[in-house]
Design a protein around this ligand. Structure first.
Ligand code: PHE
Length: 444
């Protein structure tokens, strides 16, 4: 079968950025920073991005472009007759787990978009009660989640994915501008200073083993790492692409969006007297207050939620693509069949996640409701474990010469930091992940 490849350098890069920038930056990062103590978490997060996530992303690129296949096939091809392909299978499972709760949050965004069209963010108070009553109701959020999921399936079904990526070329800069405007507005609210301090003055006493693990999980989540997304997209890249540069650009863009989202949400949290430790509802509770208080807020709300939806959609597409391309290439299903089966399964698991905010809230798995369990299972277990094996694979299983060839495109490019990269993948990344785990288990 002939595989597609990206027509242009921008195509591959936009798809990667589309996957990376999403709810992870705008919804998750602010509340993770809020719940994990603010500035100290953010600094650890940034350190992990450059020292751990960057080498990992490059590692996935190397595996993907060298093998030119889906994550499972990639390991089969590069290490035939071994069990390495389980790393790819783990990624498929991870994508499924993430998409289950991701599309629930996507559904929340659909609902808030609809509210914005009715200019519904007018109450100066009550955003919190409204959010809580919405997410805990048994029908509406489930329906919204199915709409979001349906849109994701529809995009892959009709093959308009490329079209979406073309749109995101325009929409990403627009999202950037919007978030920038909102952040500037939030920074000028009364009491915003407390939020700014919270984001830039580290309080190291708040750092414990779970804060560190959360920072790692958030970095992997936000950059879509550890589950073969970068393997999949780089398998479509052509052999002249500079992998190192693509990785850096993706990382920096993703970081900028996360920080801007933080500066949009956290000052407003303090200005309106909320708690930064709210958890997953933070964005949806704080923003309505921002829009209600802002001149022209109604228009900003509409623009914000529509672009948030597109950003969420391009990430959800990349997750579903991991599952679907596995079912097609490894299980020999037709594309449409693969989409129907995975769609049905996701409606079920996603509905459970949604209901766990309400009628199923007493059903706990290891002390977490289903939504939180899926979230933790993916970000703090599946992704770090996947990342660990990817680093070991590139650092210890692949030949140094082959790794180097992928990075310098067979000698065409001059790669100055190869030794640093090689050290990070071989030693630092795997050891750091093991230490973070042992630390969390209380071994030290
Ligand atoms: N990185 C995406 C986001 O920030 C989420 C995601 C995680 C996508 C893992 C793919 C894989 O929203």
């Amino acid at each position: 079968m002939k595989r597609d490849s990206f027509g242009s350098r921008l195509g591959a890069l936009m798809a990667l950025i589309g996957s990376a920038v999403g709810l992870g930056n705008l919804w998750k990062f602010p509340y993770m920073a809020g719940s994990n103590g603010g500035a100290a978490f953010i600094l650890i997060y940034i350190a992990f991005l450059f020292m751990l996530c960057l080498p990992l992303m490059i590692s996935e690129f190397i595996i993907g472009r060298r093998s030119q296949s889906n994550p499972v096939g990639a390991f089969r091809k590069l290490a035939p007759g071994t069990k390495w392909y389980f790393t790819g299978v783990l990624g498929v499972i991870g994508a499924f787990v993430i998409l289950s709760f991701y599309s629930v949050v996507g559904g929340w965004a659909v609902k808030y978009f609809i509210t914005s069209l009715q200019f519904g963010f007018t109450s100066a108070t009550g955003a919190e009660a409204e959010f809580n009553s919405f997410v805990s109701s048994p029908v509406l959020p489930v329906v919204m989640h199915i709409i979001f999921l349906g849109a994701t399936v529809a995009v892959l079904w009709t093959g308009v994915k490329d079209g979406i990526e073309k749109y995101s070329k325009i929409l990403m800069p627009l999202l950037f501008l919007l978030v920038l405007v909102l952040a500037i507005y939030a920074l000028n609210l009364p009491n915003a200073r407390m939020g700014i301090d919270f984001m830039i003055k580290p309080d190291w006493s708040k750092v414990n083993s779970s804060v560190i693990l959360n920072a790692l999980g958030q970095g992997l989540f936000s950059l879509s790492l550890g589950m073969g997304i970068a393997i999949t997209y780089s398998s479509y890249m052509n052999k002249t692409e500079n992998l190192f540069r693509i990785a850096i650009v993706t990382l920096v863009m993703d970081l900028i969006f996360a920080l801007l989202a933080g500066f949009m949400i956290l000052p407003a949290v303090f200005a309106f007297g909320f708690e930064p430790t709210q958890g997953p509802g933070l964005l949806f509770i704080v923003l309505p207050e921002v829009f209600a208080s802002m001149p022209g807020g109604g228009i900003f709300a509409i623009m914000f939620f529509i672009i948030l939806l597109v950003a969420a959609l391009t990430s959800a597409i990349s997750l579903l693509e991991v599952i679907v391309s596995y079912l097609i290439e490894e299980k020999k299903l037709s594309r449409h069949r693969a989409l129907v089966y995975s769609g049905i399964a996701l409606v079920i698991t996603g509905s459970l996640c949604s209901l766990s905010q309400g009628i199923l809230s007493d059903f706990k798995i290891f002390g977490n409701n289903i939504f939180d369990f899926f979230d933790k299972l993916s970000s703090t277990y599946i992704m770090p474990i996947g990342a660990f094996f990817i680093a070991i694979f590139v650092g210890w299983k692949m030949k140094r010469k082959h790794v180097n060839e992928e990075l310098d495109n067979n000698g065409l490019l001059k790669i100055r930091l190869f030794n640093l990269f090689w050290f990070l993948v071989r030693y630092f990344v795997p050891l750091a992940i093991v230490v973070i785990f042992l630390n969390m288990l209380g071994i030290f």
